[in-house]
Design a protein around this ligand. Sequence first.
Ligand code: K7E
Ligand code: CUA
Length: 621
Amino acid sequence: MSEDKDKAGFTRREFINATAVAGLAGAGLGAGLLPGVASAKSAKHGSAEVGPGELDEYYGFWSGGHSGEVRILGIPSMRELMRIPVFNVESATGWGITNESKRIMEGGGGPYLNGDAHHPHMSMTDGRYDGKYVFINDKANTRVARIRCDIMKTDKMISIPNVSAIHGLRVQKVPHTKYVFCNGEFRIPHPNDGRDINDPKKYKTMFNAIDAEKMEMAWQVIVDGNLDNTDADYTGKYACATCYNSEGAVDLPGMMRNERDWAVVFNIPRIEAAIKAGKYTTIGDSKVPVLDGRHGSDLTLYIPVPKSPHGLNTSPDGKYFVANGKLSPTVTIIDIKKLDDWFAGKLKKPRDTVVGEPELGLGPLHTAFDGRGNAYTTVFIDSQIVKWNVADAIKAYKGKKVNYIRQKLDVHYQPGHNHTTMGETRDADGKWLISLCKFSKDRFLPVGPLHAENDQLIDISGEKMKLVHDGPTFAEPHDCMLVHRSKMKPLKIWKRNDPFFADTVAMAKKDGIVLEKDNKVIRDGNKVRVYMTSIAPNFGIIDFKVKKGDEVTVVVTNMDQVEDVTHGFCLVNHGVSMEIGPQQTSSVTFVADKPGVHWYYCHWFCHALHMEMRGRMLVEA
Ligand code: K7E
Ligand code: CUA
């Protein structure tokens, strides 16, 4: 049987041979041996089939829930292409183990060993994905992280002060992503230093804006209730968040009492003007400007909507915010133009901004759009996606007899988020819809009491929604985002001046080391720094000596220039593992506390002699 050729026309065997030759021939020769990837055909429209060697049309960015990571899937094939460790510690790449990743996690107050990532959203310019960053929240440890899309690595993380549990997260769409908006969900005392612990009436939470480029806090706004999800508009003026527990209770029966909670609108220009005018306070040690946006403030508008709303979604034509009812069978359509009227004092009641409230089914959680005037709402309890027409729902609210429901499709089972291709941008193209189902029950081979979830691919290009694929996923993607591949320009090989490892380069410089060629051990008291290169199948240093108790930093620079030739550095019995991609520098620090011979080896398959790519650390007693 002949082996499948890859896109470059190489068989797997020829590929390994090519890298072997590159390695044996020494540095620098590798690059020319593998031709660049020829542009492959993409999937036929309307078909989920993407043949071997063909490329998907969309990048899907999936949150990883309480696994703490982000995953990249190809759409429509639903093939998992990559995992990006974010809030989790990850064995293969050494995320949370290497110095480079630890520095990033320390920015978020960590490293913690867990995270709970819900909402991945890409930076935008003029309401369109710009391919630069993906932002994601951590509900578990009140953090927000940023992924750089050129290297697909987390590059910044911050801990959000004065709040507890970051849930909803979206970016400012227009004119560009100056702010990342994120919701503090749980209510806590301010400051949370032991005061008021028995007085829930004094608990509060806040709506937060992060400076997207600097990844620093910009401002916070105190609200009534608990913030859930959020989205921004297409003028740059407003963000809106769902807000439950208007009762201010700390137990379930208390939170259920009121028939209505709110969608809260934040007036961004007014907030910015208030900060400029110095009309803010700070809390405790934090220097972040805090504004009061509770009832009575002119910075916010509280629109009563039925009971415990959950998802909040902006229609891609920029006209509406849609708040999803969760405990009510309805979604509430808010006319964004009418928000201007409200803030200009032209409307009497906050509800005057509501132009529709279609009844869809039991448990509406999230809504997506196709760019053709239709919306798709997940109804959790009914286990369905409801396709409905926005204009018709608005007519019905005015009293006209129209049926705004276009179709109800069973999904399997209990969907949370759903997402359309490009659907949270002006470029919504209405081709595919993903339903992220919380339960899979009987859809897959049983694998023990813990079940996979089920991410379903639905063709929405025609009149009728058509379920075309079941995709099992591990705990627990809440949300995803589907980006056309034309928006993305990921690097294939690292740049030597990448800021990701700039601190390590600076350390080497102080030691007089040229990372690209030096293989040297530097002793500095009981600190030892081991600088080595790696070129398949060799480490630049195959043995080094340290003394028991030394703090050892190993710095490896991968001088291979062949695409896909990543090396690893794994030191046996020391919990040390790291990835070193082509032209990347990675470093790890540990204490050599065990006298004896300790092998280190390359654990990313790189070469025919990959097994032999190793060396010894000799620890003297
Ligand atoms: Cu609905 Cu965290 Cu977006 Cu889960 S949230 S489903
Ligand atoms: Cu280098 Cu495997």
